[in-house]
Design a protein around this ligand. Structure first.
Ligand code: FCB
Length: 450
């Protein structure tokens, strides 16, 4: 079902696991500010300590090795490299990632760094943040520093993680840092993120000529709530917003027409100069898939005039997200058809469940194992149907700081005891290790305790 050179991995992000928030000369990011603002995260949780990966990365690399991971997707914290987001480079930050990358290479695990997984240096937010076009230039300079420092050792790079979440959750709904609530800021942030991506790709081609680079976008299978033409139209609008807002400009050179007609002048225009940058060819597309969206028309609503609907009896995860594995095949096929068969990676897929560890930290997480198995099968079907899928990163290697949900939601295949920082592979991790060792065979036991 999976090609021999298929890359099996796991993913994390800097703010979610590193901790060491004040160590090694790290600057302040918008997530430090946001999580320390009362009422913004569950229980007031912050990433100050998280999984203490900053001090325990060697142990974590050993753990990855023991699971047989081929690759590890992690993110580089911009404020560790440039505490203020511009100029001065923090040597201790460069050293940290250098040692992490060397340990991975030594363990024969392919490092796949993401340049931006949401921790914008606070100083840049103070100067306007992502809605300010100049932030794209700051990002290009930061990317330049990183490519010069690590481009000799690391080949596979990701520019941004989920620009949709950065813009929508950060600047429109305000659920994520920096917590602004303005449609104009949100759409401008989206535009700057596209430029930032393009400018980073431009630098990459000169600095890492033999490397590969792409972007990671969150996508959903979008279905209408009924067979009415109104609900069909609503689903198309949501599809344009969820799946097309960033990918259409990158692969087709412009925002979807539906978004232009909904948002009018508030949506920035992609000028010819912008287009040249945004459409610079990339080597692959990373997608993060968790669930589907069922959309109904909502004439009384604002903007997109859509409303999400849930299936009454559908199985859901602890996030309340419907478990809908077939949507993965569907969206992979949709992207393959719409964007001329790009090379694809699933850069995140996984699930949170309410689970209890026994006294030894052991978690028999059969629901997660079943979730992953069903999604692997769906991905395998997509490959059979002609999708050029090259790898799969499970979210997440270990339990971690789940943004506004703090430590309340556990996505890891490895359990983390936050009191002792002891890591214990869950049943899903042991099962995943067997899948990898067998070259993607999915026959392994699923319902007995390993
Ligand atoms: C994605 C994020 C990732 C994690 C998962 C559950 O949107 O990229 O950091 O929080 O959701």
């Amino acid at each position: 079902m999976f090609p021999e050179d298929f890359l099996w991995g796991a993913a994390t992000a800097a703010y979610q696991i590193e901790g060491g928030a004040r160590d090694g000369g790290r600057g302040t990011s918008i997530w430090d500010t946001f999580s320390h603002t009362p009422g913004k995260t569950f229980n007031g949780d912050t990433g100050d300590l998280a999984c203490d990966h900053f001090h325990r990365f060697r142990e974590d690399v050993k753990l990855m090795k023991s699971l047989g991971l081929h690759a590890y997707r992690f993110s580089i914290s911009w404020p560790r490299i440039q505490p203020d987001g511009t100029g001065t480079v923090n040597a201790a930050g460069v050293d940290f990632y250098s040692e992490l990358m060397d340990s991975l290479l030594e363990a024969e695990i392919v490092p796949v760094p993401t340049l931006y997984h949401w921790d914008l240096p606070q100083k840049l937010e103070d100067g306007g943040g992502w809605p300010n076009r100049e932030t794209a230039d700051r990002f290009a300079d930061y990317a330049d520093v990183v490519f010069r420092a690590f481009g000799d050792r690391v080949n596979q790079w990701i520019t941004l993680n989920e620009p949709w979440c950065v813009a929508h959750l950060g600047y429109f709904s305000g659920e994520h840092a920096p917590g602004r609530k303005s449609l104009g800021d949100c759409l401008s942030a989206g535009h700057t993120l596209l430029l930032a991506h393009g400018k980073a790709v431009e630098r990459f081609r000169t600095l890492v000529p033999n490397g590969t680079i792409g972007i990671t976008d969150n996508v959903a299978a979008v279905h209408p709530a009924s067979s009415s033409s109104e609900d069909f139209a609503a689903a198309s609008r949501w599809d344009a917003y969820m799946n097309g807002w960033f990918l259409d400009p990158i692969f087709l050179g412009d925002y979807p027409d539906l978004l232009k007609s909904v948002f009018g002048d508030i949506l920035p225009t992609i000028t010819e100069a912008d287009r040249k940058l945004i459409t610079l060819p990339t080597d692959f597309l990373g997608i993060n898939y968790y669930s589907r969206s069922i959309m109904a028309d909502d004439p009384s609503g604002d903007g997109l005039k859509v409303r999400g609907v849930s299936q009454p009896d559908a199985p859901v995860t602890a996030m309340g997200w419907e478990i809908y594995p077939d949507g993965l095949r569907e969206i992979l096929e949709q992207l393959t058809a719409r964007y001329a068969k790009p090379a694809l990676y699933i850069t995140e897929n996984g699930a949170a469940f309410d689970e209890v560890a026994d006294g030894d930290g052991v978690v028999n997480d059969i629901p997660r194992l079943e979730y992953l198995k069903a999604h692997f099968i769906s991905a395998g079907e997509a490959i059979q149907n002609g999708v050029n899928l090259k790898g799969y990163f499970v979210w997440s290697l270990m339990d971690n700081f789940e943004w506004a949900f703090g430590y309340d939601r556990r996505f890891g295949i490895v359990h983390v005891d936050y009191g002792t920082q002891i890591r214990t592979p869950k049943a899903s991790a042991k099962w995943y290790a067997e899948v990898i060792a067998s070259g993607g065979q999915l026959k392994q036991r699923t319902n007995e305790r390993p």
